[in-house]
Design a protein around this ligand. Structure first.
Ligand SMILES: [Fe+2]
Length: 344
């Protein structure tokens, strides 16, 4: 397995890169905007294809690299359901998994530092974001933080993981790089409390100044989606336009989501399934979508969860000469909110 812990010194942020093999798919956790070029260089050197960029929560102390990585690599962006960001490609909840080739992250909802904080577990290790730090815990005094929720997330979820589980946080300010669940239970000074009230008392009296960048970083970090015009345009269809379009037998409706998303959220009737990660191959001259568009004169209409992957797919298709590809703005989420039909 390929595993990298990368450090950004201005905000003392750790970013993690995971891949099952050289030349394979990669995933990145908590990328920092200013470091994008160095991540891309690493992917290049290891011949990795970035397919998912994940943030543990909306960060207040640095600019997220999610949007820039998506724009540069067409990767999917992933955050928790509660994150107040305009658009990400996929949203996860507790119990979900985030999958790439050969790597599966188990999603654990760990609110408290913020109400959108998640941890991600991979076999022998857990990425704890700002929920559990090395000899510390994430502050709980802004972004809908809650000391009580932090206690619950740490004591009832993270500390229940096997003792030897490696703890990889999103920050460290003293140069520590990794810990374990057993070590934090025994030596983390914030966790040496007898009750939730005692913990809340500690957390509510830290007297910390706001992060220097909070007023600029949070607004920037919640507007990272691909621009999608509300009225629709040649490529982006509103739900009403899409409903009219799919009555045309020459329109092929293509679902770009993963199997788990389809099972959970439902499917628009008459859909062809082409997972977003395989799209590049499918629009090549030898690919199914290319043959449908060129050989059979079909019009491609993409959709996904929120309209982000489908907007990127239109770009990819058009770059491959499939000039009239379009997508459903807002994805299945908008489709469902409009009360449109789903497959039984
Ligand atoms: Fe944070």
């Amino acid at each position: 397995m390929i595993f990298r812990q990368l450090f950004e010194p201005v905000s003392s942020t750790y970013t993690y890169v995971l891949a099952s093999r050289q030349g394979g798919e990669a995933l990145i956790i908590d990328p920092v905007l200013e470091r994008i070029d160095s991540y891309l260089e690493l992917f290049n050197r290891l011949e990795l294809r970035l397919v998912k960029a994940v943030d543990t929560h909306v960060h207040a102390d640095h600019f997220t690299g999610l949007g820039a990585l998506r724009d540069r690599t067409k990767c999917s962006t992933v955050m928790g359901r509660e994150s107040a960001v305009d658009t990400v490609s996929m949203r996860v909840v507790d119990g979900d998994s985030i999958d790439i080739e050969g790597v599966r992250l188990d999603v654990i909802y760990t609110p408290g530092h913020t109400d959108d904080s998640y941890s991600f577990r991979l076999a022998d290790r857990v990425f704890t974001g700002d929920t559990l730090l090395i000899r510390g815990t994430g502050r709980t005094d802004f972004q809908n933080g809650s000391a009580e929720q932090s206690y619950d997330s740490i004591f009832n979820k993270l500390l229940k993981l096997p003792d030897e589980t490696l703890v990889f946080p999103a920050h460290d300010y003293k140069g520590e790089t990794v810990s374990t669940i057993a070590e934090e239970r025994a030596f983390n000074p914030r966790l040496q409390v007898g009750s939730v009230a005692e913990y809340a008392d500690v957390m509510n009296n830290l007297g910390l100044a706001n992060p220097k960048m909070i007023d600029v970083a949070v607004p920037a970090n919640v507007t990272i989606g691909v621009a999608q015009s509300a009225e629709g345009d040649d490529w982006g269809l509103t739900i009403d336009q899409a409903r009219a379009w799919i009555k045309n037998p020459d329109v092929i409706l293509i679902d770009l989501r993963e199997e788990a998303e389809r099972r959970k959220e439902g499917v628009i009737p008459g859909t062809l399934q082409v997972p977003y990660v395989s799209l590049n191959d499918q629009v090549l001259p030898s690919g199914v979508l290319n043959q449908l568009a060129h050989g059979s004169n079909k019009h491609l209409l993409f959709y996904c969860a929120y309209g982000e992957r489908s907007a990127l797919a239109v770009e990819t298709a058009r770059n491959s000469g499939l000039g009239d590809a379009a997508h459903i703005m807002g994805g299945i989420d908008a489709w469902k909110r409009a009360g449109a039909l789903l497959e039984d």
